[in-house]
Design a protein around this ligand. Structure first.
Ligand SMILES: O=C(CO)[C@H](O)[C@H](O)COP(=O)(O)O
Ligand SMILES: [Fe+2]
Length: 218
């Protein structure tokens, strides 16, 4: 397993200063930039689309880790690839043809990620693990930042770590939602090697970003 990667979610950034916020988390030690795209249909919230993402692509060379909460998603994959995504992650639950969506992402030359909600069992990955570069475990129900970590997801993280190790493939195991320094430690112990954090990274403003990111690494 590699050292944990920290992916601050810009959902918690000050949108009025988005370019500066992305620069600040880059300078503070972010490994990836997590981009939460919400469609107001799959999830009960709307965030932003590929044009906003593209507008900050030029301010950092860090990978863009794009979490698409869109259903159906296929019609939007090309736009996010063109806007500068490095990894495109789609929801198992957003269907209707998740396997086809993952094939599409790979055909665009991007890393492909699959994300599962808190109520979705790890078993759903059985016939998808051979085609993904990243598994994202939601530790909150998707749609909003600032929610509390759902403890039952630790068991699922451990189960997926086992599945990944058995697969023999290099697949990142990322956790998203309610991750603070305490939960980060438990996620890493359970086998996570990438952590998304919005609230706990952006808390206190730019002067605190480096310490907040360092706290998540433990
Ligand atoms: O995908 C998400 C919500 O659907 C966000 O990435 C996640 O909630 C991060 O924010 P926080 O750390 O505040 O929970
Ligand atoms: Fe996310």
């Amino acid at each position: 397993m590699q050292p944990v990667r920290i992916a601050p979610s810009i959902l918690s950034a000050d949108f009025a200063k988005l370019g500066g916020e992305v620069r600040a988390i880059d300078a503070a030690g972010a490994d990836w930039i997590h981009i939460d795209v919400m469609d107001g249909h799959f999830v009960p919230n709307i965030s932003f689309g590929p044009a906003v993402m593209k507008s900050v692509r030029g301010v950092t060379t860090k990978p863009f880790d794009v979490h698409l909460m869109i259903a159906p998603v296929d019609a939007y994959l090309d736009a996010f690839a063109e806007a500068g995504a490095d990894c495109i992650t789609v929801h198992y639950e957003a269907g209707p043809h998740i396997h086809r969506s993952l094939q599409h992402i790979k055909s665009l030359g991007k890393r492909a990620g699959i994300v599962i909600c808190p109520g979705t069992p790890a078993k759903m990955l059985d016939y998808l693990l051979d085609m993904v570069d990243l598994v994202l475990v939601m530790s909150v129900n998707p749609g909003f930042g600032g929610q509390s970590f759902i403890p039952s997801q630790l068991k699922k993280i451990a189960a997926i770590r086992n599945m990944i190790d058995k697969s023999g493939r290099a697949i990142d195991l990322e956790v998203d939602g309610g991750v603070d320094a305490e939960w980060a430690k438990r996620c890493i112990e359970a086998g996570a090697d990438a952590l998304v954090a919005g609230t706990s990274v952006f808390r206190g403003g730019p002067d605190h970003y480096a310490a907040n990111i360092a706290a998540l690494r433990g």
